[in-house]
Design a binder for this molecule. Sequence first.
Ligand SMILES: C[S@@+](CC[C@H](N)C(=O)[O-])C[C@H]1O[C@@H](n2cnc3c(N)ncnc32)[C@H](O)[C@@H]1O
Length: 414
Amino acid sequence: MAILSLVSIGPGDLDYMLPAAMGALRRADVIIGYQIYLDQLRHLIAPHQELVSSQLGQEVERATHAIDMAAAGRNVAMVSSGDIGIYAMASPIFDVLRARDWNGNEPDVEVFPGVSAIQATAAKVGAPLGHDFCTISLSDLLTPWPVIQKRLKAAAWGDFVIGFYNPRSKKRDWQLGYAIDILRDFRPPETPVIIARNVTRPDENIQVVALSEFDPSVVDMFTLVMVGNSQSYTLADRVATPRGYTEKGADRTTAQKEASEAVISYPVSLTKLAGKPATVIGGGPVATRKVDGLLAVEAVVTVVSPELTPQLQALVDAGNVTWVARKYEADDLAAAMLVFAATNDRAVNQQIGEAAAALNILCSVADAPEEGNFHSMAVHRGDSTVLAVGTQGTEPGKAKRLRNQLRWLLENDN
Ligand SMILES: C[S@@+](CC[C@H](N)C(=O)[O-])C[C@H]1O[C@@H](n2cnc3c(N)ncnc32)[C@H](O)[C@@H]1O
């Protein structure tokens, strides 16, 4: 009986094609596939074998033609790169068979597996697939974007190592950037990203970069992009993912543990801060973030500091903030409803905390949250919800990451 063989030819170099697939190719009367694959296989093809070259796209036509030839009694080999069952011709073949109420043996169909791009890439760089992984095709030509988006979020949330197929083309140039933005909120900045172009082909090029450094614009359709999970690491020029799992960052400092155990917080949401006096002592990056937060709720902000960041200076110049251009003095708190102690001097911050306590003023001490009586949380304002995540003030980076992760779940909830 004639057989339709679905033959995987591997990622490029025919050393990566399995012997069973080679055997199926040899037994075929007709070989059908893209010209580029037929060219690749030419020294395996015998003169009596008929070649049918197909165009890019037209998967259903190609599947139908292959099935028709096999049903007419010819041994047909349909060839596809990598593994024919992974984003390739095996599924259109079965779709056509289903539409025809195929009885399972007319024609007989056999699938010959192969090395997919993700496996070839993994082998080239070490052992990045040592724990749970998934693949996501970023092509929204056949799959609606909301479905891809949902899977991206689930894979990010599930901390899977992800192999992105069809990552980026001239017409689809933003999807990979979107995916990476999600992953940056879920995984540490040093998470390895493997950019594997034309793996096992003559112009193979494989690079490993940190998630924080990755630039999606270097990627094209001949590339597989693999992003490690939160445990993946680089070793020399290789990448591996441990089979076991430890929570990175679980080794908190004693000071952090003591602080979070000592403080019992009572989260509230302060409202009507518009027009209320708030004082920020300090003029560095931390102070700048606090000023930004206060201006967002329209508080009347005074900054006390001999120096300012350029951003703060711009706010002062624009008249949005009052600047007292000197070091902290005891009566700076008198008019304030709330105070941020954000200098780079530990002793001064401590003094501010004590002075504020004596005056019953709300005070947040940037470098020692337990010395103040509030700390700000990482906030996301949705249409009708406010999401605030805090860690007793001791791990602002973790609070921010968690806030970002929850935001992805809240936004575009489909
Ligand atoms: C339509 S999918 C076909 C996947 C193929 N069936 C497999 O199992 O590898 C095409 C995508 O696979 C990836 N790909 C296939 N071969 C590759 C190779 N040799 N090097 C890098 N990426 C490859 C690229 O992401 C490309 O855009």
